[in-house]
Ligand binder design. Structure first.
Ligand SMILES: [Zn+2]
Length: 318
C-alpha cells in the first residue's frame, strides 16, 4: 500500500555537504550521519523485499515508513495489517554483537574493532510506537490487536543477550513469525479493513527535517549558493532567457531553480525572502519575484517583508 519515500533528511545532508568547502569542520559529521541513514534505509529495503516476495495465505496490507500522529508524532518502519491483527516492525542495523539490557533499558553494541557503543533500547522504541499506534486505532474506534518485533537487518549481527519479552527476528524469519500469530475473533469486516487502509494513507505525513544549518549550527554564510545542474551535479548554472544553462556540460534546464530552492529549504532555512532568493540563485529582483510566485509556496508578510515557505506536500520534487 505504501512504499518507503525518499528521505528528505538524506537529501538535505547530501546537498549540504556539496555546498560546503571540503575542509569545513561539519563535513565529516554530516558524512557519518549520512552513512547511518543510508544503512538504515538499506535495512528497511531488505525487510520490504522479504515482505514483498512472500505471499501470505490471508488478506493483508503492508505499509513502509509510515508517519502518523496520535498523542504525538510517531514513525513506524513497517506495518503489516490483516483483518485479525497488526504487526509493527522496527528495523535495526548495527554490526557486531548486541546486548539488550532491560533494567535500565539499553542496547549495547560491541563492534568487531572492539569499540563499545550505547543506544536507546529498540525495545522501548517499539513499545512506544505500539502504544501510539494503538491510541491512533482507538481514536478511530478500531479494535485490532497489535504485535511487534525488532528486525536485525544487518547480516553481521550477533545477539549476545536478547531482550526478555520482545521478539527479535532476522529478515527471513518475519514470514513464519507473522503466519504463527493467532487469528482470534471475527476480525475486521472487508469495508472496515479497506477504510483503515485508506485512513492510514490519508493520515501519513511526510517527515520534514529541520534545515541542516539549524540542526548542526552551520553559519548560513558558509553555504555555497548557486543553481545545481542535474546532469553533471555542479553548482553555478546561469540564467539565460527562458532557461538555465550549465557552463560545464552545456546542458539547459528551464526548471533548475526548483531543485535549488528545495535545497535551500532543506539546508539553509524554512523560509526565503526575495533578497535571499536573488543571492542564492544569482538572479535579479524581477526574476526572483517571477520564480517565487510561480511555485506553490506559502507567503507571509507584505511587500518588503514578505517571505515564502515551502509546502513540501505540494512541491514538485522530481
Ligand atoms: Zn552540467
Amino acid at each position: 500500500m505504501k512504499e518507503r519515500s525518499d528521505s528528505l533528511t538524506l537529501k538535505g545532508l547530501i546537498a549540504a555537504q556539496s555546498r560546503l568547502p571540503i575542509t569545513h569542520p561539519t563535513v565529516s559529521i554530516l558524512a557519518s550521519k549520512q552513512s547511518i541513514i543510508e544503512a538504515g534505509i538499506g535495512g528497511e529495503q531488505q525487510v520490504a523485499e522479504v515482505l514483498q516476495r512472500y505471499t501470505f495465505p490471508f488478506k493483508n496490507n503492508i505499509f513502509h515508513d509510515l508517519s502518523l500522529s496520535s498523542d504525538t508524532y510517531f514513525q513506524i518502519d513497517h506495518l503489516l495489517k490483516t483483518p485479525h491483527y497488526g504487526v509493527v516492525l522496527e528495523t535495526k542495523n548495527l554490526a557486531g554483537s548486541l546486548e539488550f539490557r532491560d533494567n535500565p533499558p539499553q542496547l549495547i553494541q560491541k563492534r568487531e574493532d572492539g569499540q563499545i557503543k550505547y543506544y536507546e533500547s529498540p525495545v522501548v522504541q517499539l513499545e512506544r510506537n505500539m502504544e501510539l499506534m494503538s491510541a491512533w486505532l482507538s481514536q478511530r474506534k478500531i479494535d485490532l490487536p497489535l504485535y511487534g518485533a525488532i528486525v536485525l537487518a544487518y547480516p553481521k549481527q550477533h545477539v549476545e543477550i536478547p531482550p526478555a519479552d520482545t521478539k527479535i527476528l532476522f529478515p527471513n524469519l518475519i514470514p513464519p513469525f507473522i503466519k504463527g500469530l493467532p487469528q482470534q475473533g471475527k476480525g475486521l469486516n472487508t469495508s472496515t479493513f479497506n477504510w483503515l487502509s485508506s485512513e492510514l494513507l490519508k493520515c501519513h505525513q511526510t517527515y520534514i527535517p529541520k534545515p541542516v544549518c539549524e540542526s548542526y549550527q552551520i553559519p548560513i554564510g558558509d553555504i555555497q549558493p548557486g543553481v545545481r545542474c542535474a546532469s553533471c551535479g555542479k553548482l553555478g548554472m546561469i540564467k539565460v532567457p527562458r532557461t538555465w544553462h550549465c557552463k560545464f556540460c552545456k546542458v539547459n534546464n528551464h526548471l533548475a531553480h526548483r531543485g535549488a530552492l528545495v535545497e535551500w529549504f532543506l539546508v539553509v532555512k524554512r523560509t526565503i525572502t526575495n533578497r535571499e532568493c536573488r543571492e542564492f540563485l544569482g538572479v535579479d529582483i524581477h526574476t526572483a519575484t517571477r520564480i517565487l510566485q510561480s511555485l506553490p509556496l506559502q507567503t507571509k508578510g507584505t511587500f518588503r517583508n514578505r517571505f515564502y515557505s515551502m509546502d513540501f506536500k505540494r512541491f514538485p520534487f522530481k
